[in-house]
Design a protein around this ligand. Sequence first.
Ligand SMILES: NC(=O)c1ccc[n+]([C@@H]2O[C@H](COP(=O)([O-])OP(=O)(O)OC[C@H]3O[C@@H](n4cnc5c(N)ncnc54)[C@H](OP(=O)(O)O)[C@@H]3O)[C@@H](O)[C@H]2O)c1
Length: 372
Amino acid sequence: MLALITGASGFLGREVVAALTAAEPQLHLVALLRARDATELAARLAKLVEPLPERARSRVTAVRGDVAEPHLGMSASELTGLAARVDRALHVAATTSFDHPLEEARRINVGGTRGVLEFCRAVRARGGSGRLDYVGTAYVAGDRTDVAREDELETGQGFRNTYERSKLEAERLVRDAGRELPVVIMRPSIIVGDSRTGQTTSYKTIYWPMKVLVRFYGLWRPVVPRLVRLPVSPGCHLDVVPVDWVAGAIAKLFASEQAKGGCFHLAAGPRAPTIEHLVNVCCDHFGVARLRYLDPAGPIRFVGRAMRPILRAVAPRLERNGELMLAYTRQNPRFDVSQATAAGLIAPDVDEYFRRLVAFAFAEDFGRDNTR
Ligand SMILES: NC(=O)c1ccc[n+]([C@@H]2O[C@H](COP(=O)([O-])OP(=O)(O)OC[C@H]3O[C@@H](n4cnc5c(N)ncnc54)[C@H](OP(=O)(O)O)[C@@H]3O)[C@@H](O)[C@H]2O)c1
């Protein structure tokens, strides 16, 4: 069987390619990759298959494209030819930036999903299954503070950034297409590094605040950790899941006939740790005294507001990232994982692996240049 995969070059996509090729020996993948020309495409494909076992490498080929462009960035005839060969698609590609203007986030996330759905319809018209396995996000729940179910999408929630909003709009397209195509929706929560090695290639999401914390509180210890309180809600839950587990779950759902028509939270759910728990793991790892907290809704918010113009002038990236990330440190939705649990998908406990993530990130200096 031949399947199209988008986003194969990304943090999650690479792991998904490895998990799928390992789980399904008969499966061949065509990775849609952005590239200026055939030379760059070949180089990107070589990098993608390099970590795979020898026998799996020849089962992955590549096609040059761009999901945000008409016909997925191919000519109409190239697209038709591909649709005649392929049986189904796995759409992983997205922009995961929180600070794109809404139009740009929509162009890639909504437009890209629309393009992949059109491709699936073309596959089906030519006799293939046209099944779409779609990687969304649990954070389509936006600023909800209750328990979000897998069968819910729009409940009147607001959004903390253009990423959340555009991913909701994209999932709406997939749900609507479910009337004519077999679709499976997978919603990971916050994806972190590999649970076995701690390794990561992406230093976004929780890694940026982790870096700021480690640098700031590690600088003048033991004085600073005892004196300076952290202005976040310690009891706020952060639902994190390791990338190897998410990739394995996607591979399992990809192979499942029963998954068709379903939506699955790939999340820790009721076992999601609190911020305090994760910060304590970091403190213990570095031998720093456990931190104390300041209510972010208390008087500190006036100090924060007063400081922002100064911070914007001297450290604009810190100010921008801080604003985007702090939105996730007050109150977050919890994720019901009933459907995923029924499918046998239970995320590992954070205490089994989080220390390894901290150690890896610190040893790699939080990715230095690739910190975004
Ligand atoms: N990371 C998380 O914590 C997290 C959590 C929940 C859900 N997700 C979802 O998981 C998926 C993968 O996320 P990730 O963390 O792996 O992101 P990532 O590392 O930023 O990778 C994004 C992937 O999408 C590709 N892409 C972006 N725009 C494209 C376009 N116009 N045409 C073709 N390919 C394009 C990128 O290709 P290039 O290599 O060319 O840039 C890359 O392969 C996304 O759908 C995201 O919403 C992620």
